[in-house]
Design a protein around this ligand. Structure first.
Ligand code: FAD
Length: 318
């Protein structure tokens, strides 16, 4: 079976990201997945158990301080060399900031077509893409080169398939031309006790209706009772109620939890783009005409400051 390269998305704090497990699941429909770890020394070893659990038959490890320290350019160079050598059936990267940039550079280096924001991939390489903030679904195929796609997080159900990956170390020498921008400092996002927003099974989000930063404690309290993450609309973020890293939507993060609770959020198209694939959506809004109710599975027309404390009390009783 042909090899399919999956470029691993991981963080120092949380390890392998869910989107990587989704890509490994997708890759199995096209061939045998091989994970590519581009990081600092020791990165592959730390991730290999999880990658094997989801079917990575092989791990290519490109590990060096330079790979880790020089942003995306060297990563694209290493990947291009690997693709030329192993001639995979497809290359999958995450539709995240870094994944998209590496993919774009790789496409140029290989003179290859590229498809972004892919949510499904058929065995013949036909991709389903989400366009225009989720309002349009497109079927596309790369017509020059191999299927080089970026996969939208939370589009696929990750399915385990145990494998014992063999690790191949790639030799890495970063050419001067790739040393274009360097990481000079790393500041970890506050980890706290809550799950990571894009990976959480429950997300409780607050909008402008929450009123101010202090009131967001109510949103946090409900999230904590449900073991969930906290999200925010752009209006809430722009108003300074909650930090930007928690913004959900077109210009924020894409989430697809089992349960999404929208508190004081109107449901603008740009917000929906980041949460409309959630399995169950619950909205609390005092305006019965708010567009969020068009997509909510359950809705409460009411004042969130009255509704949320009652819900919290009920949960505490259980
Ligand atoms: P509002 O639209 O002001 O809605 C507040 C809601 O709270 C209202 O429905 C009101 O009835 C309700 N409410 C008020 N008080 C209470 C109460 N006490 N109890 C219950 N309900 C109450 N938005 C995003 O969210 N994410 C994005 O990524 C994003 N990207 C964008 C990109 C572009 C290019 C543009 C142009 C816009 C983008 N937006 C994004 C902004 C988007 O268009 C909306 O302005 C924003 O989502 C509105 O946020 P909101 O629903 O919190 O605020």
């Amino acid at each position: 079976m042909s090899e399919v390269l999956v470029v691993v998305e991981a963080t120092r704090e949380f390890g392998v990201k869910k989107v990587t497990l989704e890509m490994l699941t997708l890759a199995r429909g096209l061939g045998t997945p091989s994970a590519v770890v581009l990081g600092g020394p020791g990165a592959a070893e730390a991730l290999s158990a999880k990658l094997g659990e989801y079917g990575a038959a092989k791990i290519y490890a490109a590990e060096s301080e330079e790979i880790d320290g020089y942003l995306v350019s060297p990563k694209a160079t290493v990947l291009a060399e690997l693709v030329r050598r192993v001639q995979p059936a497809a290359v999958l990267l995450a539709s995240a900031q870094e994944g998209k940039e590496i993919a774009a550079r790789l496409a140029v280096k290989l003179d290859n077509g590229i498809l972004t924001d892919v949510v499904a991939l058929d065995a013949d390489g036909t991709a389903t893409q989400i366009a225009f903030a989720g309002s349009t679904i497109v079927k596309s195929k790369v017509t020059r080169g191999l299927p080089l796609v970026t996969v939208r997080p939370n589009s696929v159900n990750p399915e385990p398939a145990a494998a014992t990956p063999a690790v191949e170390q790639l030799s890495v020498s970063v050419p001067a031309a790739d040393k274009l921008a360097k990481v000079v400092d790393r500041v970890a996002e506050q980890k706290g006790s809550r799950p990571e927003l894009t990976e959480a099974a429950v997300v409780v989000s607050g909008g402008r209706g929450v009123g101010n930063a202090d009131n967001f404690k109510l949103v946090e309290e409900l999230a904590d009772l449900l073991g969930g993450a906290v999200g925010a609309s752009r209006a809430a973020v722009d108003s300074g109620f909650y930090p930007h890293q928690f913004q959900v939507g077109q210009t924020g993060k894409t989430v697809s939890p089992q349960l999404y609770i929208a508190l004081g959020i109107s449901g603008a198209i740009q917000h929906r783009a980041g949460m409309q694939t959630s399995k169950t959506i619950v909205a609390v809004n005092k305006d019965g005409e708010a567009p969020i109710f068009e997509l909510a599975d359950f809705g409460v027309v009411g004042d969130l400051f009255k509704v949320v404390p009652q819900v919290a009390d009920e949960i505490r009783k259980r």
